[in-house]
Design a protein around this ligand. Structure first.
Ligand code: HAM
Length: 419
């Protein structure tokens, strides 16, 4: 038997219904906030991710799926959604009218070669939004609030853990302070962090391995090293989050695992302490990938983690019931002649917006009644040769059990009228 690759999964049954529900909620919210869909390739040139996510980031050093195609090009399966969107915005010159914000969302699979465990897969789905062209603090707040409201409407309680990495000047000062702090203590850090001290000291702060180490807990805090302009920005955003009633916590250890962020960084952390999404501002990324200087901010959710939360909540069965493949009408037939009429009636109903199913497995009438009940059909159209010859069909209300004979040519109007 050929099995699925490690770290991947099949989605079916109730999980698929929950996924469909989560997708619908996310996409509806994106439209409510005036975001438009963007699709980018599942693989891009490797250079794109190296230059955006960061050469020294865990993602690029340990987790990307890199391969050469038959023409020897270096390609990488996308490990996240932002870089591809930025590449596309530059390549298609979407930033054209700089007066207006460009608001894009995506819902796509991404790939990271991580050690698989619950909520950590090698193929997973990111729903994300990216807003370009605005450095107004209200766009940071709006972006944070979209994710928060989506999770709230799904019934998932999260706290937004927020921090500011400040501008380049603030970050330079802070990085120097961190290096001075960690250098004499280097022996007490994990091997990865010892390397990070040379390559990217900020990343020591969100090390998964060292996170409970007292040295990290007592490290100087970024928020104490913001210059006045960066501090003012950050405080304005916090005030706006208060106005929108968003539950947040300033968390100096949020630095994020990707190198492109500046100023605001945040994560949505659920009641179990799991990060279901994260994002932030990345004002330098468009320019560093060859575009003009365009400010940007966004976030990404891991949809599988949201599905896990919903599965553990008591709303799971209700959501699944609502999304189960129910139909409004079931058309019953046994003989070949009846089956042809069933095929045509089902098509006419469906083309008129009525969901319906018919006997497409040569079932007995008894089995068809059972399936109609399982599908929660409200009306049953029970065909028989005798009635059909007179141009009639039998319709049964599956709740009251009342039956009527209706002219076959008027069946669609009749069903629409009684549903
Ligand atoms: P990220 O924090 O790397 O950010 O990923 C976003 C979310 O993807 C995480 O919060 C988590 O829920 C989910 N996730 C990450 N790794 C896995 C995994 N192995 N299995 C399942 N879920 C996972 C980004 O990717 C940024 N592009 C977000 C962003 C958008 N920033 C600005 N715009």
């Amino acid at each position: 038997m050929i099995t699925r690759p490690k770290g991947t999964y099949d989605i079916y049954g109730k999980d698929a219904l929950i996924f469909e529900y989560v997708n619908t909620v996310c996409e509806n919210f994106a439209h409510l906030y005036n975001y438009n869909l963007m699709r980018t390739p599942v693989f891009e040139s490797s250079e794109l991710f190296h230059r955006s996510v960061g050469e020294t980031s865990d993602i690029v050093t340990k987790e990307t799926y890199d391969f050469k195609d038959r023409s020897d090009r270096n390609l990488t399966l996308r490990p996240e959604g932002t870089a591809g969107v930025v590449r596309s915005v530059i390549e298609n010159k979407l930033y054209g009218n700089k007066n207006d914000a460009i608001k894009l969302f995506y819902n796509e699979t991404v790939y990271r070669y991580e050690r698989p465990q619950a909520g950590r897969n090698r193929e997973f789905t990111q729903f994300g939004i990216e807003c370009f062209n605005s450095f107004e603090t209200v766009s940071d707040t709006e972006v944070i609030s979209i994710g928060y409201q989506i999770l709230k409407s799904l019934g998932i309680d999260v706290t937004v853990h927020i921090n500011s990495l400040g501008d380049i000047e603030s970050r330079k000062n802070y990085t120097k302070t961190l290096v001075d702090y960690f250098t004499p203590r280097i022996g007490e850090l994990c091997e990865d962090c010892q390397n990070r001290l040379k390559t990217n000291p900020l990343r020591i702060l969100d090390c998964k391995y060292d996170k409970d180490n007292e040295i990290l807990k007592n490290a100087p805090k970024m928020t104490d090293y913001l210059n006045d302009a960066s501090k003012e920005r950050f405080n304005d955003i916090l005030k706006q989050l208060d106005i929108l009633d968003i539950d947040y916590e300033v968390d100096p250890n949020i630095v994020r695992g990707l190198d492109y962020y500046d100023h605001t960084v945040f994560e949505y952390i659920d009641e179990k302490g799991i990060t279901v999404g994260g994002g932030g501002r990345y004002n330098g990324l468009v320019e560093s990938l060859g575009g003009p200087s365009v400010p940007a901010v966004g976030f990404g959710f891991g949809l599988e983690r949201i599905v896990i939360d919903l599965k553990e909540s008591n709303t799971f069965d209700d959501i699944a019931d609502d999304y189960e493949g129910n139909v409004e009408v079931y058309v019953m037939s046994v003989s070949e002649e009846e089956k042809l009429h069933a095929l045509e009636i089902a098509q006419n109903l469906r083309l008129n917006g009525v969901s319906c199913e018919f006997n497409n497995c040569n079932l007995s009438l008894k089995s068809q009644f059972k399936i109609a009940d399982k599908l929660k059909a409200k009306q049953l159209i029970i065909l028989n040769n005798e009635d059909l010859q007179k141009g009639l069909v039998n319709v049964k209300d599956n709740a009251t059990k009342e039956e009527k004979k209706i002219d076959e040519s008027e069946i669609v109007e009749y069903i629409i009228g009684v549903l």
